[in-house]
Design a protein around this ligand. Structure first.
Ligand code: TXA
Ligand code: MG
Length: 322
């Protein structure tokens, strides 16, 4: 049930459209992470997404579109949101917009909100949506609360037994989820840092992004509550030394005292490149977890550019669990 899309992309799209039309979710590659996609207008199909992930139904799904014209059928664009869409779509940016009242996106996908998070994925996923002709609701293709999948093998290991079809396009090039923004009361708000650096958005919008305070951010984007991206191991951030038996995930050229006694050492980017680090992040977390170490220690990662998204995911991975 895993199809390598590079062998025959048209056939892959045909098979995918069959399963989607039957009302079942499929795993699809996007440039950010793999998505668990279903027809955003079909309540039975959307219900299956929530069931497959074990996701709480108050947490809305991002709706993926083929192009701006399709997006405009479902949502109302203000000038700033339109400028961002024109600059960054297709790409790793989700814009939360008012839903059109006549929209056929089902309220299960938006969790009953009067807004919808919209994204245009790059490449194959866009071609698939164009062929299907309807928006695809798609959260990340992982069990709720666990680490997102950046390869078909990750999806297979986590959700394979529950899925009819996984489309394989290799590793996701960006590696962290999309950045989510919303224009509200004339202010541009950052709901989730992600694969598009905040600095790039501010440059095009000609204004600063407003970051929600940690607590209220949880209410704004419900999926971003406390513990998320949790590996089996405990997570220790900003390490300055490594204890014997810990898994060590490094960044940049400098090592840490005690690294020679680590269970496993992985380096997100020896050259200190944040894009490379983002692309490796989830895969390395899974590998460190699989080493059996009780704790994964991370060295500090700069908080600029894509580092903001990386540090956001790491803080959630380190957050206290139930
Ligand atoms: O890169 C991505 O964004 C990936 C790929 C598959 O597109 N998708 C993804 O979906 O990360 P998910 O479900 O794991 O995260 C979506 C986030 C959740 O935190 C959800 O609460 C928020 O988007 N969200 C969705 N619709 C929203 C809305 N109308 N208002 C506020 N937040 C919303
Ligand atoms: Mg997710």
């Amino acid at each position: 049930h895993i199809i390598d899309i590079t062998v025959d992309p048209r056939k892959a799209i045909e098979s995918a459209c069959d399963v989607l039309a039957d009302g079942f979710p499929i795993a699809i590659p996007t440039e950010t992470v793999y998505g668990l996609a279903a027809d955003a207008t079909n309540p039975a199909a959307i219900t299956r997404i929530y069931e497959t992930k074990g996701r709480p139904r108050f947490n809305p799904l991002i709706c993926h579109m083929a192009d701006l014209a399709m997006a405009e059928q479902y949502a109302i664009f203000d000038p700033v949101s339109r400028a961002l869409a024109e600059a960054f779509w297709p790409g790793p940016l989700t814009i939360v917009l008012p839903l059109r009242s006549e929209s056929r996106i089902h309220s299960l996908a938006t969790a009953g909100l009067d807004t919808v998070g919209i994204r245009l994925p790059r490449g194959f996923a866009g071609d698939l949506i164009r062929a299907f002709g309807k928006p695809l609701a798609a959260p990340s293709a992982n069990t709720s609360g666990k680490i997102s999948a950046t390869s078909a093998a990750h999806v297979e290991a986590d959700l394979g037994a529950k899925l009819k079809l996984i489309l394989d396009a290799g590793a996701s090039v960006v590696g962290v989820e999309s950045t989510i923004v919303k224009v509200e009361d004339g202010k541009l708000r950052l709901l989730r840092p992600g694969g598009l650096p905040a600095e790039d958005i501010e440059r095009v919008a000609g204004q600063k992004l407003h970051r929600a305070k940690k607590a209220s951010a949880a209410i704004e984007a419900p999926g971003m509550l406390a513990s998320h991206y949790a590996p089996g191991a405990a997570v220790r951030l900003g390490a300055t030394h490594i204890d014997a038996g810990e898994a060590f995930i490094a960044f940049g050229a400098t090592s840490l005292p005690g690294a020679e006694k680590a269970a496993i050492v992985l380096n997100l980017s020896p050259e200190g490149n944040l894009a490379e680090a983002a692309a490796n992040l989830f895969d390395y977390m899974k590998r460190a977890d699989a080493s059996g170490a009780g704790t994964i220690a991370f060295s500090a990662i700069p908080d600029e550019g894509l580092g903001e998204a990386i540090n956001d995911r790491l803080r959630r991975a380190a957050a206290p669990r139930e």
